[in-house]
Design a protein around this ligand. Structure first.
Ligand code: FES
Length: 351
């Protein structure tokens, strides 16, 4: 036990503040399955049944703003309607199934189908059928409106679910909701959207974004300024939280004393002139925490809501089934790994 505690110390003799871990949750030890039949089951039993992060609220800030959220074979229109309600509609015309919205983002007063020009209000109601008098009434007696799915917001993020009986979003997120709210994501805007396509099962993306085990091999340049020994706390409903210590060298890094260029950058970012800093790399993480506390006091940033660790480190939340949110007081980065397989990030978001 003593050995385990020492392994997770920030530095020798400096215990990690989160050594008091949450209770262990046993999620089993079976190897994940990646075959196509299993992937189809995952779509039906996981993606079609869960809450999914669609976009930040900032992407649909004003009435008429919309974001096209594609996942798997499905496409959704996330839109803020004229009553200021954020809605999610299947991006499918009820006439012959054409995609309604092709743009990634837009601001519209309503939707016009590109195939035969039927029109729909932002709330999904059909407002016009082209040449309606040429249709037999029986043909049009079916529902002409767009089909909508569950859509709610929490912690500045828009969640949708294809499952009308999905559990309440608050219950689904559990303790993550209050922790994510600390970062006030609803006050942030997206600096950059990126999308990449991987020839891999979606779980490969989720796993890669949820672990730092690969850093020394894939991103060795990070070893001078961040630690890859992290703590991951598991929560109900497949959620988790990870702390990644920043502003200090990895224990794998040979030089534990010199304030290297990577750490100097982090000192500068926290408002410390690296040329005036006379401590060692063992002390830089704490210096960053103190500098950010001072900045908060000077500028009224209200960082009292954050622990010291949250000031310096990356706090990474995994939101089941497919999203990770890397949180810092100044900015967050959202990543979603989707079947088919697109990795979509809103990164970073900042104030
Ligand atoms: S498919 Fe949309 S109007 Fe015909």
């Amino acid at each position: 036990m003593k050995l385990e505690t020492e392994m997770w110390d920030i530095h020798v003799g400096t215990p990690h503040p989160f050594n008091n871990r949450s209770p262990k949750i046993d999620n089993g030890t079976d190897r994940p399955d990646h075959d196509r039949d299993f992937a189809r089951e995952e779509w039906d039993k996981v993606f079609a049944k869960s809450w999914l992060i669609a976009c930040p609220v900032a992407d649909v800030a004003e009435p008429g703003d919309l974001f096209r959220f594609d996942i798997g074979d499905e496409s959704f229109i996330i839109v803020r309607d004229d009553d200021d309600v954020i809605r999610a509609h299947y991006n499918v015309c009820p006439h012959r199934g054409s995609r309604l919205v092709l743009a990634d983002f837009s601001t519209l007063s309503g939707f016009t189908c590109p195939f035969h020009s039927w029109k729909f209000d932002l709330d999904g109601k059909n407002s016009e059928v082209t040449d309606e008098n040429t249709f037999q009434p029986e043909v049009l007696c079916h529902d002409r409106d767009l089909t909508s799915v569950r859509c709610e917001t929490a912690a500045g993020l828009v969640f949708i679910s294809m499952n009308p009986d999905v559990m309440p979003l608050d219950e689904y997120l559990g303790p993550l909701k209050a922790q994510l709210e600390l970062y006030q994501i609803d006050d942030m805007y997206v600096v950059q959207h990126r999308q990449s396509e991987w020839g891999a099962n979606w779980k490969g993306g989720v796993d890669a974004f949820a672990e730092t085990y690969h850093l020394h091999a894939v991103h060795p340049q990070t070893q001078c300024l961040m630690d890859d020994r992290t703590q991951i706390d598991l929560y109900p409903n497949g959620m988790s939280r990870q702390f990644v210590p920043f502003a200090q060298p990895s224990r794998r890094y040979d030089d534990q004393e010199t304030v290297n260029d990577g750490i100097k950058m982090m000192l500068s970012d926290a408002g410390i002139d690296p040329e005036d800093f006379d401590g060692s790399a063992q002390e830089t993480r704490r210096a960053v925490q103190l500098a950010k506390r001072k900045r908060s006091d000077d500028l009224g940033l209200n960082y009292e809501r954050f622990s010291d660790t949250q000031l310096s480190d990356s706090t990474v939340y995994s939101v089941f089934p497919n999203a990770q949110i890397g949180c810092h007081p100044e900015a967050v980065s959202c990543t979603g790994s989707c079947p088919m397989l697109r990795i979509r990030t809103a990164s970073p978001m900042t104030r």
